[in-house]
Design a binder for this molecule. Structure first.
Ligand SMILES: *Cc1c(COP(=O)(O)O)cnc(C)c1O
Length: 427
């Protein structure tokens, strides 16, 4: 009996109890989350109070195959039981196979044999690797790196220096220097900023944290031409948009199918929930980091690499890229018609639902949706972000559209009632 008490499952406890313990044990970088999740399966997760949710955020574009997908569970368990970690004094078949796959998937138009991969553990770390490549390019003769306004590239110092939001950057200055921001989508501003002293331009094909905003048509092609003419590298941050989310392996394959960037960075969906990131570079950029110039203890470890290989196999065998493209297109068109929604931006299953200010702040809507059993997030005050697992069914997508319609209709009705009452008070 006593034994039973001491081995009581650690998941017992309510949301409120775990929240209190969180607040006194976990650093307050995220605020205290209101929900404590204990289990996930497919499209659904459950909290400590037993409530069920349809997960339309997927851990921010990470769980591309949903929760506890057997292919990922098998790959991780088998690899961990066989060989879990080796350090980069050694390599493993999983690491090599993954690097080969990523070259083919990310840079299909690159010269055969000219691409190389560096495996890391997260998106920010992939972008740190890309920035180090940029620094090595032309070294002191190219001190400038260009990034876009509203860009988000991560929270470690180098990636943070390329992230535009002042509130994220300023508390941590001085940051690595030489980074300049140019307005998004403005080709002539980019032309003015470009020159022989620029090492690289880094762009997200769809700015995720900025509210899911694809770069305008033609911008990536112009960016490619301008960087090439100036001898600068083009780095595409596909951390959020890559690995099928946009309806192709890479979002830039859809937005600008003719271009080949010098560097692509990946993370989020790559490991299907396991932490992994990658820098894929081609040509000269693939050779700028030599022995001793970069490293990581965990990066490329066989467990994460096996998870990524299972993700790639499953995305392929289940046709999930085409599925993301077709469902995403239909769903976005339907969401755009919902009263209270002003637009549905994005590509594939990365959708930014722009809201009419009359419905109130997006964070409040996201909370109402959570109470109704739908997980989404609000990257901005006027936008909800949907980044569901790519296994999303038509029925689940439609259930969300129905719930959002009802919720926004109620808010629009109370807003116009409020307006009528205010108008009435003048009589
Ligand atoms: C999330 C994200 C990052 C940072 O990835 P982390 O794994 O959180 O470090 C970088 N770039 C983009 C575009 C992202 O969406």
């Amino acid at each position: 009996m006593t034994e039973a008490t001491t081995t009581a499952p650690e998941s017992a406890g309510s949301n409120a109890e775990w929240r209190d313990r969180y607040a006194s044990a976990v650093m307050n970088t995220f605020g205290t989350p209101s929900r404590v999740l204990v289990r996930g399966s497919g499209m659904r997760v459950w909290d400590a109070d037993g409530a069920e949710y349809l997960d339309l955020l997927a851990g921010i574009a990470v769980n591309c195959l949903g929760h506890a997908h057997p292919a990922v569970v098998d790959a991780v368990s088998t690899q961990l039981a066989t060989l879990g970690h080796v350090s980069n004094f050694f390599t493993t078949p999983a690491q090599v196979r993954l690097a080969e796959e990523l070259i083919t998937l990310s840079l299909p138009g690159a010269e055969p044999g000219a691409s190389r991969v560096f495996l890391a553990n997260s998106g920010t770390e992939a972008n740190e690797g890309a920035l180090k490549i940029a620094r090595r390019h032309g070294s002191s003769s190219r001190p400038r790196v260009l990034a876009l306004e509203q860009a988000f590239h991560g929270r470690t110092m180098g990636a943070l220096a390329m992230t535009h939001k002042a509130a994220y950057r300023e508390p941590f200055e001085p940051l690595p220097g030489g980074i300049e921001f140019v307005p998004v989508g403005d080709v002539s501003a980019l032309r003015d900023a470009m020159g022989p002293d620029v090492a690289a331009l880094i762009v997200e094909p769809i700015q995720g944290e900025a509210g899911v905003r694809p770069l305008p048509d033609g911008y990536l092609e112009a960016a490619r031409a301008l960087t090439r003419d100036a001898g600068a590298l083009l780095i595409i941050d596909e951390v959020q948009t890559g690995m099928g989310r946009a309806g192709a392996w890479m979002a830039h394959h859809i937005l600008a199918p003719g271009i080949v960037p010098d560097v692509v960075t990946l993370a989020k969906g790559l490991g299907g929930g396991m932490p992994i990131g990658a820098v894929v570079a081609t040509g000269q950029a693939a050779e700028l980091l030599g022995p001793g110039q970069h490293g990581t203890t965990f990066g490329g470890n066989p467990v994460s690499a096996s998870a990524a290989l299972a993700v790639i196999d499953t995305l392929r065998s289940e046709g999930l890229l085409a599925r993301a493209a077709s469902l995403g297109e239909r769903w976005a068109a339907e969401l755009a018609k919902v009263p209270g929604v002003t637009a549905a931006r994005g590509l594939g299953l990365l959708i930014g639902v722009a809201l009419d200010p009359a419905v109130g702040p997006a964070s409040g809507i996201a909370e109402d949706l959570a109470r109704a059993g739908f997980i989404v997030n609000a990257p901005r005050d006027d936008t909800l972000r949907l980044a569901p697992p790519l296994i999303l069914s038509d029925e689940d997508a439609d259930a969300f559209t129905t719930e959002l319609s009802a919720l926004l209709a109620a808010r629009l009705a109370s807003a116009s009632e409020g307006a009528a009452t205010t108008a009435g008070s003048h009589d």
